[in-house]
Design a protein around this ligand. Structure first.
Ligand SMILES: Nc1ncnc2c1ncn2[C@@H]1O[C@H](COP(=O)(O)OP(=O)(O)OP(=O)(O)O)[C@@H](O)[C@H]1O
Ligand SMILES: [Mg+2]
Length: 340
């Protein structure tokens, strides 16, 4: 077992100070092939202790496959990874005991009550008697399910089920939890509530590895990693991603006929990128002032009314469109990556 990564820093007083990098998860060239198909392709990253690590990517990008390998549930084809210091290839059983895992597919029993599900999962983790009782009580309160322990799980709204599933995955007090799309199909208020639970976990030092399709949720993460067709295309804090990847001014254009306006703008070589955001367009240009003027002139010439153009701070959605729409992306994490 390798408890954490160690490094040595040369101290100005002449001695080498030992620095402990508190990585909960280390991943090095992790790869998974299903026959000829490479679902995860030489993925490398680290997850720091106590952080919220957001793993993002479109359907089929490889998120669940990475999680399953890290949880010791799926053998890797090649590469190395450690979770809580345990090697995924040689110590998967230790990993399973150490972590909490909330799978993407609903894992609770619908025909059992809330209390019965908690009892069952507590038993799976080897909890008994008063410890089990205490942990179940904690989970019920944490998940906001007080007074619902006799309710049939199948009768609960999705948001409540997800909180129950989280409670079940935390009964044995894991220091690392993997949440695979915990808020899929959940209404915005329940999503917010779920995230409050995630924040309270990290306050206790728990490391949270979470996948999501919602980019507003990605903003809550300390670190985000973007996976596309099995390869990492970018990583960093939300702020880093926005400042490092979108280098040109981004303008928000409010006009009539946005689809037509988009088509017209996309034909111009001075338009670096353009996309539709709800009823508005996001257009990046080399220079704010001249770009703004040219957009207004061009659209007006084409009988499109421009209500307003203003510079905006790019959102993560802008960053991800930028990263996954282009044929080639240069990243620090994985060199030059071809995105299809
Ligand atoms: N057991 C398997 N056999 C063959 N192909 C698989 C298997 N499991 C996953 N795949 C393929 O690997 C790719 C990655 O799948 P994965 O489930 O990891 O994606 P994901 O990012 O979690 O997607 P989603 O957002 O839909 O959950 C997909 O193309 C999927 O069809
Ligand atoms: Mg998945």
């Amino acid at each position: 077992m390798q408890p954490c990564n160690l490094a040595f820093m040369h101290h100005k007083n002449g001695y080498n100070k030992q620095i402990v990098f508190m990585n909960s998860i280390t991943v090095e060239n992790l790869t998974k092939k299903f026959g000829d198909f490479t679902a995860v392709d030489r993925v490398s990253f680290n997850v720091k202790k106590g952080e919220i690590f957001g793993f993002l990517g479109a359907n089929g990008a490889g998120k669940t496959t990475v999680i399953k390998m890290l949880c010791g549930l799926l053998a890797s084809t090649s590469g190395e990874a450690t979770v809580a210091g345990y090697n995924i290839n040689t110590e998967p059983e230790n990993i399973k005991r150490t972590i909490g895992y909330m799978s993407q597919k609903f894992s609770l029993y619908n025909d059992l009550t809330v209390g019965e599900n908690l009892n069952f999962f507590g038993g799976v983790y080897g909890l008994k008697n008063s410890i089990l009782k205490d942990r179940i009580q904690w989970a019920v309160e944490m998940a906001g399910l007080t007074g619902k322990t006799n309710a049939l799980t199948g009768s609960l709204p999705v948001g409540w089920k997800q909180r129950l599933a989280l409670g079940c995955s935390l009964l044995h007090r894991p220091q690392i939890v993997f949440l695979d799309e915990p808020t899929g199909g959940v209404d915005p208020i329940s999503r917010r509530r779920f995230w409050d639970l995630i924040f309270s976990l990290t306050e206790e030092g728990v490391t949270v590895f979470v996948t999501t399709h919602y980019l507003d949720e990605a903003e809550y993460c300390n670190t985000i990693m973007l996976i596309h067709a099995g390869k990492l295309v970018a990583g960093g804090s939300p702020r880093q991603l926005k400042t490092e990847h979108i280098r040109f001014p981004m303008l928000e254009v409010n006009c009539t006929n946005i689809i037509e306006a988009l088509n017209i703008l996309q034909q111009k070589d001075w338009v670096i990128e353009s996309s539709v955001f709800g009823t508005l367009l996001h257009v990046s240009v080399e220079d704010e002032e001249s770009g703004s003027r040219k957009i207004k002139e061009l659209l007006t010439e084409n009988n499109i009314t421009v209500f307003g153009i203003e510079r905006i701070v790019p959102s993560l959605e802008d960053v991800f469109i930028h990263l996954t729409d282009r044929p080639t992306i240069d990243t620090r994490t994985s060199g030059t990556v071809h995105v299809h």
